[in-house]
Design a protein around this ligand. Structure first.
Ligand code: PFF
Length: 459
């Protein structure tokens, strides 16, 4: 009955479908789109990467998004509660997802903090003539030495504290007044800023060199299991599926909402933004390559340093460098914040459902320890070394493996796919038929497991 299914999260939800869609886009569009996608795509075969990317999106990303929505909406709870309402023995899947968001929530703010610093540096060009020897370059070199050292990197700690204060403040305001309203303001601003950035970037001399590098396909990449794993990992991370986020957000949505239609809007917006970011970033890299005479792959090879080492070098040279810098790093900050909000909300809603704590109390119970660990660990030089390792591990085993296991359990052990599809189909514009059950219960878990095994063997 609905009384039995009313969790703590029932009391206050999104007041409109628009708020939900914006919040979901806010979660999906983040650092993963702007900072992660371009180099993952480039490393994964450039234009050829679009094949595994689209396969992962259509086969796994969107069907999983629908599963997350169905679970949150049908069982009206945070991830642990939604799983628990299926089976007592399922609750740990939800807590596992909470754990993953806690880990991501510890390193994600550091990148936002860097972006805040670099927004300011864009104006005064504080990185001078050699950005590699500047702050982030030092950070990267220090990070290559394993083991945390406790020298606080100057200038990152304060923006990190600011990021946490803003995030926890928004979350304490609640689902509609905090999460919904922030997304409705930030997301349109982000789209406008980023569109201007891309237009300016495309007019830079040499832009086409970069676009060629991004889109010229290296088909041999398709034979590497690692490329497929990273495409699936990118889709899951980018769409925020498999983390309990979409379960949580869907539990706040009114009963009569068309969730599949909303999901299609979210997925389409997310991938469009991702491709747009790829265009913008590579146009700018092409400019650097052609003005400095370096080959594009040397410019891109910097992985996580791409944004903070290659970009500053470009901004020194480019016409409208200040504008480009402020738009680029400012977009990172805004996109990152709305995602971080969703990441922390997973734990908050889980704590509320488990303990009955109020929103503000739950925000502090989980948010403060996360903030402290995050600031101490990532405000220090050893943090980045941890970040890279953790990011890889989390993506393959933390997310993909557990996603596969939970799909198998929901499909075969608890046999819930048909009732979940029936629930969705009442108010849905896309019918979840047999195709969806086959994908979720069989094809996707199979593909994920095979990929992970191949990758293990490969390494
Ligand atoms: N989807 C976000 C991005 O692309 O940056 C990141 C993210 C948000 C990952 C929420 C995981 C998550 F639970």
């Amino acid at each position: 009955t609905s009384g039995e299914l009313a969790g703590a999260s029932e009391k206050s939800g999104f007041s409109t479908r628009k708020a939900f869609i914006f919040a979901a886009i806010g979660s999906a569009v983040g650092l993963g789109n702007i900072w992660r996608f371009p180099y993952v795509a480039y490393e994964g075969g450039g234009g050829a990467f679009l094949v595994p990317y689209l396969v992962a999106l259509l086969l796994a990303g969107i069907p999983m998004l629908f599963l997350d929505y169905a679970m949150g909406h049908r069982y009206r709870g945070s991830a642990p509660l939604a799983f628990r309402r299926i089976s007592k023995r399922g609750e740990w899947f939800g807590w596992w997802q909470v754990l993953i968001t806690v880990v991501i929530g510890i390193y994600y703010p550091a990148i936002i903090a860097w972006a805040i610093r670099y927004t300011g540096f864009s104006v005064d060009k504080a990185w001078g003539s050699d950005p590699e020897a500047f702050l982030f370059g030092d950070f990267l070199r220090a990070a290559e030495t394993p083991g945390p050292t406790l020298d606080v990197v100057p200038g990152v700690l304060i923006p990190m504290v600011v990021v946490w204060v803003v995030t926890l403040g928004v979350l304490a305001l609640g689902v509609q007044a905090g999460i919904g309203r922030t997304a409705i303001i930030f997301i349109p601003a982000l789209v406008i800023a980023f569109a201007i950035l891309v237009v300016v970037a495309l007019t830079l001399p040499g832009a086409s060199v970069g676009l060629n590098a991004l889109f010229s396909p290296d088909w041999s990449a398709l034979a590497e299991p690692g490329v497929w794993v990273s495409a699936f990992g990118q889709i899951f991370f980018s769409l925020s599926v498999g983390f309990g986020i979409m379960i949580t957000y869907a539990s706040y949505v009114g009963r009569k909402t068309d969730l599949t239609g909303s999901g299609a809007v979210v997925a389409f917006s997310n991938s469009s933004f991702e491709l747009l970011a790829g265009l913008g970033v590579f146009a700018v890299l092409g400019f650097l390559a052609s003005s400095s005479g370096q080959p594009v792959d040397e410019v891109v090879a910097q992985g996580i340093g791409l944004a903070f080492v290659a970009f500053p070098a470009i901004l020194n040279e480019a016409p409208a460098g200040v504008l480009l810098g402020v738009l680029f790093f400012g977009s990172l900050v805004v996109a990152g914040l709305t995602s971080l909000i969703s990441i922390v909300e997973v734990g908050i809603s889980a704590i509320r459902d488990k303990t009955g704590a109020g929103r503000v109390a739950a925000t502090m119970i989980i948010g403060l320890p996360m903030a402290v660990v995050s600031c101490v660990l990532l405000g220090t030089t050893g943090g980045l070394y941890v970040l890279d390792t953790v990011d890889n591990f989390i993506n393959s085993f933390g997310i993909l493996l557990v996603a596969a296991l939970s799909m198998l359990a929901i499909g075969w052990v608890w046999r819930r796919l048909r009732p979940l599809a029936d629930h969705m189909n009442v108010h849905s514009s896309i019918r979840l038929g047999a195709w969806w059950r086959v994908l979720v219960a069989a094809l996707v878990p199979l593909v994920l497991v095979v990929m992970l095994v191949l990758e293990l063997v490969d390494n």
